[in-house]
Ligand binder design. Sequence first.
Ligand code: PMP
Length: 409
Amino acid sequence: MSQTGFSAEKVREDFPILNQEVRGRRLVYLDSAASAQKPKAVIDAISHFYLHDNANVHRGVHTLSERATSAFEGAREKVRRFLHAKDVKEIVFVRGTTEAINLVAQTFGRKNVGPGDEVLITALEHHANIVPWQMLCEQQGATLRQVPVDAHGDLVLDKLDALLTPRTRILAVTHVSNALGSVVPVKELIRRAHEKGIPVLVDGAQAVTHFPVDVQELDCDFYAFSGHKLFGPMGIGVLYGKKALLETMPPYQGGGDMILSVTLEKTIYNRVPYRFEAGTPDVAGAVGLGAAIDYLEGVGMQAIAAHDRELLAYAEQAVEGVPGVRVLGKARERSGVVSFVMEEVHPHDIGTILDREGVAVRSGHHCAQPLMQCFGVAATVRASLALYNTREDVDALVRALHKVREVFG
Ligand code: PMP
């Protein structure tokens, strides 16, 4: 137990899935960056919704529909509070980070990016923050450019001012790299982009899980994250957008709920955020996400951040101590992830042997192939940490890595 009263051991009791054996060993789940486990409070909230309140939202006047609507809108308010957004209208429910970024690319992007313009991303991005911009640039005749990364996994910010040109229409940047754990000083990037009038989208998929995020303090224009990585359900996510900006953007998809009136000749679109939420939303998903936020706030995001820092330092040192292992990414600030390779052993073989020991990690390119190329590797093994991981988990990983060494000599 830490000074803040935080105890990962105690937290584990809230996550029933962790209490199981895999291949006859205690499950050691080190793949939360891909998808995090859910506390019982989230599972109960979803189950309560379907057992008691299920109905479609916004349209019905009957009691269940009113209850479902209030649960859905209540979840939106919880997200607003969690991100410290100014206005609940700035919170758009989407399927996840991927959909949030596609939404911005296809609405803000199509409206504001034209032939000869530029979209700036960075070498740290997940494919979800590359491909939608590539598609947009192809559609609009624009050019995709990127801020390079150095050998430590830090962005080369000396190059930033030159890359923010009069043709740059948006900067899209990750807050934390999913492949290396680099924490990007997004506040500084946002300030420098804003000096030139360029809006910024931040991919927060790997950030919101590890430390408090305040969109007003960052002054970002858009912020995206996924519920399933935030200990909530799959299929729900969030796009935060500054209200004044969202109001200038055309709809993303057409359908029910995003309209005020429809005739064959003309549709008047609904207000934000509903304009961007065509069709029946994932109401139970939003309710589950709201419960995840309540849970995390109950534990305390500051305590979670302190645990992450302490355990990551322990894990990096422990993994580096295994013969033949090289940890990739030594950015100035890191969060949540130890990414490594082992001499003469393919990451997939490592992943398979670790699984036999009950240790779940991810091996591959982590949907960040351009970044892997920068580091001259095709793949790495990634152990990712969450609030329920302990030193015992890290020790189990290290023991299993020694077994890999034995197998491969
Ligand atoms: N961005 C980052 C940094 C990610 O780690 C991920 C998920 N691995 C995504 C975007 C995409 O998230 P999702 O698949 O939930 O849309």
